[in-house]
Design a protein around this ligand. Structure first.
Ligand SMILES: [Zn+2]
Ligand SMILES: [Zn+2]
Length: 255
């Protein structure tokens, strides 16, 4: 039987790269000595679990050099503003995601779309959990920052942003070149409570701002020089991103 992970579980992926399971979502801690890069932050209600995961990894919050955001959905930016305000950690993202993180607008699945799909297996239970975890809370990042320059970032793990629009306009995956890991965010998942299938897939259409763009962006993931993929939702994929992309393309969106 597959191991059952609990919220707050920390999974060592490679060297100093750890994936942490939040409420139906994963964030990633990349350490370099006492420094660290945090990629995504879970739901607002994951805040304590997020701090506990840093403590477990012996990373002081004030030693986190930056928070990288894959995209500004509540399950990924839940603690970003609190960490920025309390510890002065910069919150970085693709320029196209900056106004979204500021909540100049919100491109997130609506309550109406979730209700319309509530008859599908898993959707109603997931929707209730999402609300409880702060999925509909107003958690803008008040000072989101665009990447300072194209290419690798001068941060632990030297992450390279891979612009993968579709799920949102400014969505980015991050390639960690030294460890051959792609942190995929919601560009590609390997499972979701609203999907009946497990394995590489794109999230159901109700979660996509622009599904054709999401499918086109899979090429960017496929070309990444890596052999491990950490999705925002679902278990870690060990194997080439290209193989994951091919499987996801074959499968298509669940609905
Ligand atoms: Zn998302
Ligand atoms: Zn997500």
């Amino acid at each position: 039987m597959a191991k059952q992970f609990r919220i707050g579980d920390v999974v060592r992926i490679d060297g100093d790269v750890h994936a942490v399971l939040g409420s139906d979502v994963t964030w990633v801690v990349v350490r370099d000595g006492d420094d660290a890069t945090l990629i995504d932050t879970g739901y607002p209600r994951d805040h304590d679990a997020l701090l506990a995961s840093l403590e477990l990894l012996k990373v002081a919050p004030e030693s986190v050099n930056a928070i990288l955001i894959t995209h500004a959905h509540n399950d990924h930016i839940g603690s970003a503003e609190r960490l920025r305000a309390e510890y002065g950690i910069p919150v970085l993202m693709h320029p196209a995601e900056v106004p979204h993180a500021r909540r100049d607008f919100l491109d997130q699945v609506s309550a109406g779309a979730v209700a319309a799909n509530a008859w599908r297996p898993g959707v109603a239970a997931w929707g209730l959990r999402a609300v409880r975890n702060g999925g509909t809370a107003h958690v803008p990042v008040t000072e989101p920052q665009a990447f300072p320059a194209p290419g690798p970032l001068d941060l632990p793990g030297a992450p390279i942003p891979l612009h993968t629009p579709g799920h949102t306009a400014g969505h980015c995956a991050y390639l960690l070149p030294a460890t051959g890991i792609v942190v995929a965010g919601d560009a590609l998942s390997t499972g979701h409570p609203t999907s009946r299938v497990s394995g590489p897939q794109v999230l159901p259409a109700m979660f996509q701002k622009d599904l054709p763009s999401t499918l086109a962006s899979l090429d960017v993931i496929a070309e990444a020089d890596a052999d491990i993929l950490i999705p925002g939702h679902g278990p870690v994929h060990r194997g080439s991103p290209r193989a994951a992309v091919e499987a996801a393309r074959e499968r298509g969106a669940a609905f």
